[in-house]
Design a protein around this ligand. Structure first.
Ligand code: GUN
Length: 293
């Protein structure tokens, strides 16, 4: 079984980005600049943002963190978004989700200038992606594509089964893998909580992508021998033996599945670092103006 090492691949891509940034600096140009908006003190969000800011430094980018209390009003947040849209020194920015319940996420995402939407969450970018126009692709799906590409996993004519239909992962990754491209040209089945024959379907997968949010949901008897299994799960479970009292596990039963799969992502260290790395790729794309000029 080949482990799909997201730490290693992300490190390589960030090192390549750093070289590109240095070449720009040598020409006297400024470096890419990513801003991140964090509202409240959701522990997982704070940890994701910390990783994103650290990755900026690794790629040679400038970063700005805007952190506000969860009591901020919708109008207050819209003002920040408007400021970032107008700020020419910022190439791209993200508004970390989830937002406090009194703020409508869709309203905020719609206010982000699509040119700066390096998360790829704006309907303009989603629509462009669907019809095959250049677009910012959401970070987790892009990270998964980069991982597949790095390990040269064949996708053409293969059966990909995606479990989970979220806007951020399941839906976009299923569309991307059916596109006329590599990675892509696959036959894709999108399963979800209302699917009745899930295990039967997942056993047919050459590539299985688990984005459910349930610890150890995918067991060895749900996969085909030799499948590539990509685990998007980030579930915190109680672990009295660990110092923190909890640990991170995926949606896949790693132990069991590793005996049958040909390729498998670990958690942590698989898709997680690739997601952050993909955000760095999108920020570079924003800096170069390749999508919107
Ligand atoms: N919350 C969980 N994942 C993400 C992500 O990729 N981007 C943002 N902005 N929020 C998230």
């Amino acid at each position: 079984m080949q482990l799909l090492d997201g730490v290693l691949v992300a490190k390589k891509i960030k090192a390549d980005l750093l070289q590109l940034v240095k070449a720009e600096q040598d020409k006297g140009k400024r470096v890419p600049h990513l801003a991140a908006v964090l509202i409240g003190d959701h522990p997982a969000s704070a940890s994701y943002i910390k990783n994103k800011i650290r990755s900026c430094a690794e790629a040679g980018y400038e970063s700005t963190l805007i952190h506000r209390d969860s009591s901020i009003t919708k109008e207050g947040l819209l003002e920040i978004v408007d400021g970032l849209n107008r700020n020419e020194a910022i190439d791209g920015y993200i508004v970390q989700l989830p937002l406090p319940r009194h703020i409508d996420e869709q309203e905020i995402l719609l206010a982000i200038d699509p040119k700066k939407d390096v998360d790829g969450f704006h309907p303009m970018n989603i629509g462009r992606m669907v019809i095959g126009l250049p677009a910012y692709v959401p970070a987790t799906p892009l990270g998964i594509l980069k991982l597949i590409e790095h390990y040269r996993i064949p996708t053409e004519g293969k059966h990909v089964v995606v479990i989970g239909r979220s806007n951020i992962v399941g839906t976009p990754v299923s569309l991307l893998l059916s596109r006329k491209a590599y990675p892509g040209n696959a036959t894709v089945t999108l399963c979800h909580s209302k699917s009745t024959d899930l295990a039967e379907m997942s056993r047919k997968a050459d590539i299985l992508i688990a984005a459910i949010g349930t610890p150890h949901f995918v067991k060895a008897d749900m996969i085909k021998d030799g499948a590539a299994v990509i685990d998007v799960g980030m579930n915190q479970i109680a672990d009295p033996a660990s110092k923190k009292g909890h640990r991170l596990v995926g949606d896949v039963d790693f132990e069991g599945v590793s005996r049958k799969a040909a390729y498998l992502t670990p958690v942590p260290g698989g898709v997680g670092p690739m997601t952050v790395c993909a955000l760095m790729i999108n920020t570079w794309t924003a800096y170069t103006g390749k999508i919107y000029g």
